[in-house]
Design a protein around this ligand. Structure first.
Ligand SMILES: [Zn+2]
Length: 236
């Protein structure tokens, strides 16, 4: 095979990877297109939690949310939701909203169409079957999707959602620091993303402890600013 052919094939492969994996990720994560990343311009904020449920942290978080009178949106992993069904039942009973983060915490840009569909349609079906919830939002793991994610979203009727405030809470961070980072950036229609699981690749063990401790302070700061909490379902 001549070098021209080798380079042509390499070029085609690079182009395909760009179109399938890189461009969709840039499209939603960097340029924030085709995705909802903030709510309406009202004095309201939406609290969202990714990666759970976790058998230890999530119940503690639910206690803190109950105490603060806050209803949140949980972007759960279907596999963990089935494993800790009692926690998901409690979320539903407390008026929290259950939405999709995927089946398991996979890196979507590298998944083929079949496994990509499992992250959206598959997870939606599993949650529907187990908990009788009709999900309508999908937040891809690490906020990254691929070209087929859009096909799957179209088929299942889900909308893509990211966030407007992310504060690095997957690393063990002092509560004060998390509090300051959020307070500085609070805006009408904020979608705040936090994490209630430390088993995800890249997360630090014990990191959700600060997130749980943060809740009463966050409630205080949000109310002090004259804002109130809404779930995504209340907004859209
Ligand atoms: Zn995640």
């Amino acid at each position: 095979m001549s070098m021209v052919w080798v380079w042509t094939i390499v070029l085609i492969l690079v182009l395909m990877i760009f179109i399938y994996s890189v461009a969709p990720a840039l499209w939603t994560r960097v340029f924030r297109l085709s995705s909802v990343f903030k709510g309406p311009a009202k004095p309201e904020v939406s609290l969202t939690f990714d990666d759970g449920p976790h058998p230890i942290y999530t119940p503690q978080l639910l206690d803190a949310l109950d105490k603060g009178g806050v209803r949140a949106t949980f972007f759960v992993l279907a596999e963990k939701a089935e494993l800790h069904a009692d926690i998901v039942e409690r979320m539903i009973k407390s008026g929290h909203d259950i939405q999709i983060h995927g089946n398991t915490h996979l890196f979507v840009p590298l998944l083929g169409p079949v496994r990509t569909a499992r992250q959206v349609e598959g997870a939606a079906m599993r949650l529907q079957k187990k908990f009788h919830v009709q999900t309508k939002w999908y937040r891809p793991t690490w906020g990254l999707c691929n070209l087929y994610s859009f096909v799957s979203l179209k088929k299942s009727g889900h909308r893509l959602v990211t966030w407007s405030i992310m504060v690095g809470d997957w690393k063990c961070t002092p509560v004060d620091m998390l509090r300051q980072r959020i307070a500085k950036r609070l805006h009408p229609g904020s979608i705040i993303v936090l994490h209630d699981n430390d088993e995800t690749f890249g997360a630090e063990l014990g990191a959700p402890k600060s997130v749980i401790e943060l809740i009463p302070y966050l409630v205080e700061d949000v109310h002090a600013k004259g804002y109130r909490f809404s779930t995504l379902a209340e907004w859209f």
